[in-house]
Design a protein around this ligand. Structure first.
Ligand SMILES: *Cc1c(COP(=O)(O)O)cnc(C)c1O
Ligand SMILES: [Zn+2]
Length: 417
């Protein structure tokens, strides 16, 4: 990998070669010694340009290979991950008081969440190392994306999910042939059990933060956004936050492009957590280390009481001069409705939490009306239809009877004249 210099501990700054088996800094331990992938930006700048990307016909995350820590022409999962649509959503913008709002619909990935970006890299790395089995613990989407991407090239998976994971996600896991362990406890419980099993059996580890390559996969979301906006940088990017890997990746994408000379400014980053589980919002505003919290929200994908990538996430938001905000479950359900009604995009609760937060940040003046904003929908609503029905309500039921039908239709405002 000519484009990668080394891995660097975000805690002590020590560097390590980007080699198989190196996950975290041995001096700082797996909780604090999280590694960053450092690139040779001169090499990238010398060998790649905006024209290179403009002429690249590979419409998946692999078009960004110059910015990814994988062997050129190495083994890759075969699903088409990435290059999801970026919509300019005018009606939605107007509804929340903005002039320029873009929504990145990452629910359109093959297993229907942004996690495919990280899992595709994890599976590529595992294939490079010829690992027979990959394991992870997940609130649900990391699991289904790992299972799908691994299935595409015949690698076995062992996956730990908390008992509350929605049926849609568990169904995906089973269909992709994963060995699924449903831990009757919290996500934190699932994480701990998976860590012990991974250690004992020597499986390839796709756990958030522990594996330094996941953030690199997630950063492709902003590499894409940047290219889709013709290399114009928005004022703000807004993401929902659980472990913190996604928002750290989103920031890293812009930082890498900046360091390689593709852009000349950086956006501010807003992180959104659920009120019932917001250790990072609290840590950000208090300036202290996060405290473990309960996991009390319908947004299961961001119900993370002990975030594994706290430091990278906090650092991203601080460096960008951005902010963190919380949203209630009611605000999340309202955002799900608003997004679907005004744009035709269907997000799961954690997938629209970013939008719910954005609405509040505009209302309280943190984000100005004239500022350009990109907000990600991180997961598809079909994964969790129970909450979608909770958000939008049941349909109108009629008996197979015309009189009843006409009287019902004439009672709906604006439908018949
Ligand atoms: C995982 C996930 C997030 C948050 O990503 P983290 O890396 O855990 O912060 C947000 N939305 C959805 C749909 C997710 O699956
Ligand atoms: Zn260290």
């Amino acid at each position: 990998m000519k484009n990668v210099k080394h891995l660097q501990c975000i805690n002590c700054g020590k560097t390590y070669p980007a080699e198989p088996g190196v996950y975290t800094c041995p001096d700082c331990g797996p909780a604090d010694g999280i590694l960053d992938v450092i690139y040779d930006y001169d090499y990238i700048a010398k060998n790649y340009s905006k024209d290179y990307f403009a002429n690249n016909k590979n419409y998946s995350i692999w078009r960004y290979e110059p910015f990814l820590p994988v062997q050129p022409d190495g083994p890759k999962p075969t699903l088409r991950v990435g290059w999801s649509p970026l919509y300019r959503t005018k009606a939605l913008a107007e509804a929340i008081g903005l002039e320029n709002l873009y929504m990145k619909d990452d629910g359109q990935n093959p297993t229907a969440s942004l996690k495919d970006r990280a899992s595709a890299i994890a599976v590529a790395k595992a294939a490079e190392e010829k690992a027979p089995i990959i394991a992870c613990s997940s609130t649900g989407n990391a699991a289904s994306s790992l299972a799908g991407n691994a299935a595409s090239i015949g690698i076995k998976t062992c996956i730990f999910v908390p008992g509350r994971a929605p049926q849609g996600k568990v169904a995906q896991l089973r269909i992709f042939g994963a060995n699924v362990i449903s831990v009757q406890g919290s996500y934190e419980d699932a994480f701990k059990l998976s860590a012990a099993a991974i250690e004992r059996y020597g499986w390839y580890n796709r756990n958030a933060a522990i594996n330094p390559y996941l953030v690199e996969g997630k950063k492709t979301v902003t590499l894409e956004i940047c290219e889709q906006m013709n290399w114009q940088v928005p004022d703000w990017i807004v993401f929902s936050v659980g472990d913190g890997c996604t928002i750290a990746g989103a920031w890293k994408g812009y930082v890498d492009l900046y360091k390689a000379g593709f852009i000349d400014r950086l956006p501010k980053v807003a992180g959104v957590q659920a009120e019932g589980c917001a250790p990072l919002t609290k840590a950000f505003h208090s300036g202290k280390k996060f405290e473990p919290t309960e996991e009390n929200t319908i947004a299961d994908s961001i119900a993370v009481g002990v975030p594994r990538n706290a430091e990278k996430a906090l650092r991203a938001v601080r460096e960008s001069k951005g902010t963190f905000i919380n949203v209630s479950d009611e605000e999340i359900l309202a955002a799900m409705r608003l997004l679907g009604n005004t744009s035709g995009i269907f997000g799961e609760p954690a997938g629209v939490a970013g939008l719910a937060g954005l609405k509040k940040l505009v209302a309280n003046g943190t984000i100005g009306k004239h500022e350009t904003v990109v907000c990600a929908v991180t997961g598809n609503g079909l994964k969790d239809v129970n909450n979608a029905i909770k958000a939008a309500g049941e349909p109108i039921k009629v008996k197979p009877d015309l009189d009843e039908l006409f009287s019902v239709l004439e009672g709906i405002p604006g439908l018949v004249s």
